[in-house]
Ligand binder design. Structure first.
Ligand code: FAD
Ligand code: DHB
Length: 395
């Protein structure tokens, strides 16, 4: 098939943001093309987020992309916090008026959206690397890309940069037009996948004097675990035994809970960053998902923010297609940034309350523990955490 040379919306990036946007536009009868740099296997197997908020699940259901999620996703009604060898459960439905989260990996969301798009969706080109975007201040921007060894162009009405933090679309905006806010944290996460049933029914976020640890899962037989480590840690220098020993120390709790050990099948170290671009639009370029903002992973917000951006954006494109009004597109950035900054604050809060930092004195540690104690003592403090974790409704 020869790729189209004109479309209404050129979507750069076939991660969760780009794929879901394409699905929503297609359902609204709006023409689009998705250009994805990597091949299908790479995109479908990239190990990343694991928690879907209620609003994300609702959005996937509404566009017919949740059939497998509803069969295989694990519904979680709470999380456990651990500190000082004690534990406290946060119950989402009772604290949020019935909201909950789903454990369903980003890899599976991407597989489901790719399958739908290839079966009956707009063109999705893998191994199509966008190299430049020009004319974003005109009515017809041009996207240049390479595909199957050839340079090609795609003319469109709008370009949506769903190409992640390192993408090219944000960089196509002239200097000085975007303001950025950034924080790089002095620690990273060492994430492992292990072929062993999870040692818990719900996720465990653990504060410990040795650093943060998180117990998550991918399925009833696969565990996903994270350890806070110093930046620059080489995952190959840790033996499996060292990893399990360290996890065991950090999850230590009074009572008879036990961490199950099993073969580690994947390992990677992820740096942690907060980053926001303002505004999320310039001319006919719109930015969505990680291309516009990054959160540290502690609040499980990255994927969910990408979904809420494109839900808002698809509504705005639908309004333009049906009424000719660009009010929704004009309001896109302001609408999304409110939610983005709320999630930035929550992710920063979850991170700084549970991680030890090199510069911490006993003072900061006592503050962290005092706040964790407060969450355990007050349903108001617990509700604040639960509402943010289970996710606010998409505005
Ligand atoms: P991405 O998923 O990054 O997709 C962007 C796509 O654009 C990619 O497929 C890329 O190949 C493509 N692309 C880039 N440049 C070009 C180009 N020039 N031309 C064409 N295509 C291009 N969030 C959590 O909540 N929990 C986690 O545990 C977690 N772990 C993470 C681990 C890592 C290593 C990373 C990077 C992120 C993690 N996140 C996590 C965040 C979460 O995965 C992201 O927020 C989510 O993937 C955002 O989706 P997106 O579609 O905006 O961007
Ligand atoms: C997972 C990742 C997170 O960042 C988080 O807060 C919870 C779970 C996960 O990969 O399962």
């Amino acid at each position: 098939m020869t790729p189209p040379t004109h479309t209404t919306v050129a979507v750069v990036g076939g991660g969760p943001a780009g794929l879901l946007l394409a699905r929503l536009l297609h359902q609204a009868g709006i023409d689009c093309v998705v250009l994805e740099h990597r091949d299908r296997t790479y995109v479908e197997q990239r190990q990343r987020a694991g928690i879907l908020e209620q609003g994300t699940v609702d959005a996937l259901r509404a566009c017919g992309a949740a059939e497998r999620l509803d069969r295989e996703g694990l519904v979680h009604d709470g999380v456990e916090l651990r500190w000082n060898r004690r534990s406290h459960r946060i119950d989402f439905p009772s604290l949020t008026g019935g909201r909950r989260v789903w454990v369903y990996a980003q890899t599976e969301v991407v597989k489901d959206l790719v399958a739908l798009q290839l079966a009956d969706g707009p063109p999705l080109l893998f191994k199509a690397e966008v190299t430049a975007v020009t004319g974003a201040d005109t009515e017809h921007p041009v996207v240049q890309y390479t595909h199957q060894g050839r340079s090609r162009t795609l003319t469109c009405d709008y370009v949506v940069g769903c190409d992640g933090f390192h993408g090219v679309v944000r960089k196509a905006v002239p200097e000085g037009q975007l303001q950025t806010f950034e924080r790089v944290y002095p620690y990273s996460w060492f994430g492992v996948l292990a072929d062993i049933p999870p040692s818990c029914d719900e996720l465990i976020y653990a504060h410990s004097p040795r650093g943060f640890a998180l117990h998550s899962m991918r399925s009833p037989t696969v565990s996903r675990l994270y350890l806070q480590v110093p930046n620059g840690t080489d995952p190959a220098t840790w033996s499996d035994k060292q990893i399990w020993d360290e996890l065991e120390e950090r999850f230590a709790v009074d009572g008879d809970w036990k961490l199950r050990r099993g073969p580690i099948t994947q390992r990677a170290v992820l740096p942690m960053r907060s980053f926001v671009t303002e505004p999320m639009r310039w001319g006919r370029i719109l930015l969505a998902g990680d291309a516009a903002h990054i959160v540290p992973p502690t609040g499980a917000k990255g994927l969910n923010l990408a979904v809420s951006d494109v839900v808002v954006l698809a509504r705005a494109f639908t309004e333009r297609a049906s009424t000719g009004s660009t009010a929704g597109l004009n309001a896109y950035s302001d609408t999304c940034l409110q939610r983005v900054w709320r999630a930035e604050h929550f992710s920063w809060f979850m991170t700084t309350t549970t991680h030890t930092a090199p510069e911490h004195s006993g003072f900061e540690t006592r503050l962290q523990l005092a706040y964790l104690d407060r969450i355990a003592a007050s349903s108001h403090a617990a509700a604040e955490l639960a509402e943010n974790y289970a996710g606010l409704p998409i505005g």
